[in-house]
Design a protein around this ligand. Sequence first.
Ligand SMILES: [Zn+2]
Length: 184
Amino acid sequence: MDKRDYAKPHTYKGLPELLANTYDVALSEPERMATTGDLRRFLESAAMPVERSIADDDLAEVHAVREQVRAVFLAPSDAEALKHLNLLLSGVTPELRVLEADDKLSLLLFPVVSHKVAENVRSVVAIALGQVVERLGFDRLRACEADPCRDLFIDTSKKGARRFCSPRCASRKHVSTFRSRRAS
Ligand SMILES: [Zn+2]
């Protein structure tokens, strides 16, 4: 198999959040991955291979994986989060290769083209989450505090003090805090 058969694995960074946030509780219609076309666009934007048609079953299975991912983020305790993460990791079937990337050899994970769509999504997302938790702990899996945004994000910053999903939400929150201080 050739290196060109695969998307570059670093593109899977950020995929757990990307998947989790296709369900947005801040919207009156929270489902943002409602059709197989939406799923295909998600897979393409995540640089995951899509070599066949996507069925309604695939969509339902990816929704189920997404529920498990959201459960890891939103668990009320580390023990609960650990339970959900290990559920997500059970049945993971990654394909591993050592490749030369950026002038060094790295052990890398790839989705298996012949597998079901949801299995590939599960593998990539579960391992990405597992690696983050191993490095930084469950505390870094957070929900944005800039109401009404409830997007999930992973704080990979050095200080680990991020409260917002994006610079946009951070500045929106600061503006509204400033306004309410001035008003009171
Ligand atoms: Zn936000």
